[in-house]
Write a protein that binds this ligand. Sequence first.
Ligand code: G3P
Length: 324
Amino acid sequence: IMLFASCGKKEEGATKGEEKVVIKLSTKFVEDEQTAKSLKRVAEKILERSNGNIEIQVYPGGQLPIGKDSMEQVVSGANWISVDGLNFIGDYVPDFNAINGPMLYKNFDEYLAMTQSDLVKKLKAEAEKKQIKVLSLDYLFGFRSMLTDKEVKVPEDLNGVKVRVPTSQLYMYTLEAMGANPTPLPFTEVYSGIQQGVVDGLEGSLMTIYGTKIYEVRKQVSLTNHLLGVSAVSISKQVWEGLTEEQRTIIQEEFDAGAKYNNDVTVELEKEYKVKLEELGVKFNEVDLAAFNKETSKVFSKFPKWTPGIYDEIMSELEVIRSK
Ligand code: G3P
């Protein structure tokens, strides 16, 4: 893994006297998924706006280390940007998992308001102490639902069903609470995992189901909407501080604008995905949300490392958000 630490480099740039910055960006999302497209668009804008001075090389589909390994690159100070679940920052600052806990948000806007709160600003400051500069928490890819081979309506329907989850304790606890047997696997192994019977199904957003073509092996979506699919964009604090103020401004502003673009497009695309998936033979069914909600609420008391009272803090923040 350390192999990659030396890959990022500074070169003589387009502008005389200024060093060109080259940063690798690693993500699990495959080329066909909107998040990967949005990130490529951000990289193009940054290259253009910096007159070729800042080159962010986007590596989709897990070509480079992802998840925990990608975050290790960030923490170790490589020229590296990691785009992955909040839970991987949560490995360093556990409360990041809590703000992405199950069944918290009714829509994208509630979550996006939460990431602007003082509570989350505090968490970002904590992350900096661990050498992680969080550039964005706002790359959304949709609420996650069950994709299995049978209708799931109540938690009991998931008993004995092996469901692939990302390698994250939050997902393990959530799917366990929902009645399933969660099995952590990197996404790249899910398609063959289903074919070989390692897992019976998975949970994911419509973007994931459509974009990765995983619908080819499973056809029943049960709309649990249990977790919001969000990606965090992180860079090493040391690398960040080594950039000029102008470079930092360009990068930050373009990732912010890119998140907004990504989310607007995603809201529209989700409607299309549903229609397209139905055309491809995928069936959708509603579930007993209250029954699932009752089970998943237990997840918030399961984490020994979360700050005591974090759930109440989040809920009162949400109340403020909802009253606006
Ligand atoms: O390309 C995979 C992505 O859409 C979802 O990955 O690990 O969050 O389920 P994951």
